[in-house]
Design a protein around this ligand. Structure first.
Ligand code: UD1
Ligand code: MG
Length: 468
């Protein structure tokens, strides 16, 4: 049991650096990891761990960073010049913080609330003044090295300042620290920039506190916590790990995957048990998928709601679409925003819909465009049907089709237009006037037939050739 677990917790997240090694115009912490800016992950984890306050240090691209973090209810503190990680922490005004502080880099998107809780619990149980979270990894590369004397933590040495011997150390600094607010406020001003980069390093806090005989500990964690993002390769690696984590969780909850390595489901997505995901499926944003649904390969689903026992066949592209139970769409269906397909309806291959309500048990099997339309129940939309919704006045108009209407193939509805229940539209019609219920409407050029025309034409050609 922790002694002073009621102590207030504040998280300081460092996000002012330029991220030079990303070689990208976007501030580093805004790069998306599995669909969300990495700083968002850090803030979510902090809040989940019970932080009463999160202070984000911003600098490079601060206007953009603020747009993402401020709506999450955190306070931004500006670091005008990037003079190092200790200087960044000073910008958070630690002298105004009561209780314990967790300091984290904004570029560690794999951190979870449970990790932070564990570190703080350890720190409090051990009555520490300062703790640094470490990990043992195979290729320590540019990480700061944890130097120990007779097993006891002694200092952190940055890779750039390390000797060949020190570089061989595999225990590294994850960049996560837990410290008493009062200790932080007292020791930060004592840090100098006497190093190869002429920067104020937060890591120097360790040796300073140790020489003053404060209680300083290393909390050894897992390599996962050490996954930071400094370049595009590390960004892709972190993204892969987050997708993998989500896939594992979904499988634990009963979602079936043929090859989880190629399933890309963002953290925010919910999927019911018994649903099957084929390889190369991408589901993002605020999407929800029910149970016993099948989503086939190369489908892309964004901010959509999909019910139970739905079939999304290969190559379908869904945005802000709602599919009710037992619907089947695709292969190769394109469903654009504000489309809603009701129970047991079928949308087949090469069908595009935008702002459409498509009624129960209705069918649009092939090669069709429906836009700004309301289609009733049990309607049959023949192949090649088009709603001409965009008029010469550059406005969009609606097509309304009643229940049980039969639309012959290759029909155009020139909107605004209404078709009553049980009507029949003859194939190849260009419908420009409303069609009443139960009526038959045919609007196409009359067929012209001239008997033996082809034979005569051929005889004439032969005669002409012979006379030459
Ligand atoms: C830092 C640690 C290193 C550790 C590693 C873990 C220091 C000196 N080194 O190195 O020991 O192994 O993290 O990933 O702390 N930032 C600012 N203002 C600045 C400088 C940096 O806000 O003036 C922010 C950056 O935006 C970033 C974080 O601090 O989010 C870390 O900076 P970065 O340059 O990535 O440090 P590392 O070289 O990774
Ligand atoms: Mg870093």
């Amino acid at each position: 049991m922790s002694v002073n677990s009621s102590e207030k917790l504040t998280v300081i997240a460092l996000a002012a650096g330029k991220g030079t090694r990303m070689k990208s115009p976007l501030p580093k912490v805004l790069h998306p990891v599995a669909g969300r800016p990495m700083i968002e992950k850090v803030i979510q984890a902090s809040k989940g761990a019970g932080a009463a306050e999160v202070r984000v240090i911003v600098g490079h691209g601060q206007n953009l960073v603020r747009q993402v973090v401020e709506p999450m209810g955190v306070a931004c503190y500006v670091q005008e010049e990037q003079l190092g990680t200790a200087h960044a922490v000073r910008c958070a005004k630690p002298e105004t913080i009561e209780g314990d502080v967790v300091i984290m880099n904004g570029d560690h998107p794999l951190i979870e609330a449970s990790d932070i809780k564990d570190f703080v619990r350890h720190f409090r149980d051990e009555k520490c003044d300062l703790a640094v979270v470490t990990a043992v990894i195979k290729t320590p590369g540019e990480f700061g090295r944890i130097v120990r004397h007779r097993g006891e933590l002694a200092a952190i040495v940055e890779a750039k300042d390390a000797s060949v011997e020190t570089l061989k150390i595999k225990e590294i600094n994850t960049g996560i620290y837990v410290v008493k607010g009062s200790v932080l406020a007292e020791y930060l001003p004592k840090i100098s920039n006497n190093n190869s980069k002429k920067e104020f390093y937060i890591t120097d806090l360790i040796s300073l506190c140790i020489s003053d005989k404060l209680r300083v500990q290393a909390i050894q964690s897992t390599p996962k916590v050490a996954v930071g993002v400094n370049n595009q390769v590390e960004l892709a690696k972190a993204t892969r790990l987050l997708f993998k984590r989500k896939a594992m969780r979904l499988m634990e909850e009963g979602v079936l995957m043929i090859d989880p390595r190629t399933v890309y489901v963002e953290e925010s997505v919910e999927i019911g048990a018994g649903t099957v995901l084929y390889p190369n499926v991408f589901i993002r944003g605020r999407s929800k998928v029910g149970s016993f649904t099948v989503i086939e390969s190369n489908s892309f689903i964004s901010d959509s709601e999909i019910g139970d026992s739905v079939q999304v066949r290969g190559g379908s592209y869904l945005e802000q679409t709602k599919l009710h139970n037992k619907v089947s769409v695709g292969p190769y269906a394109r469903l654009r925003p504000e489309t809603e397909i009701f129970e047991e309806a079928h949308v087949g291959n090469f069908v595009e819909m935008k702002k459409v309500k498509f009624g129960k048990k209705s069918k649009a099997g092939h090669l069709t465009y429906l836009g700004d339309a309301e289609i009733g129940e049990e309607v049959n939309v023949g192949c090649g049907t088009i709603t001409c919704n965009y008029a010469a006045d550059r406005k969009k108009y609606k097509t309304k089709i009643g229940n049980r209407v039969f639309v012959g193939s290759d029909t155009q509805f020139v909107a605004p237009i209404e078709v009553g229940d049980d009507a029949i539209i003859g194939s190849g019609s260009t419908i420009t006037k409303n069609v009443p219920a139960k009526a038959l409407a045919v609007a196409r050029g009359k067929q012209f037939v001239k008997e033996n025309y082809a034979v005569k034409a051929t005889e004439q050609e032969v005669a002409e050739t012979e006379s030459k």
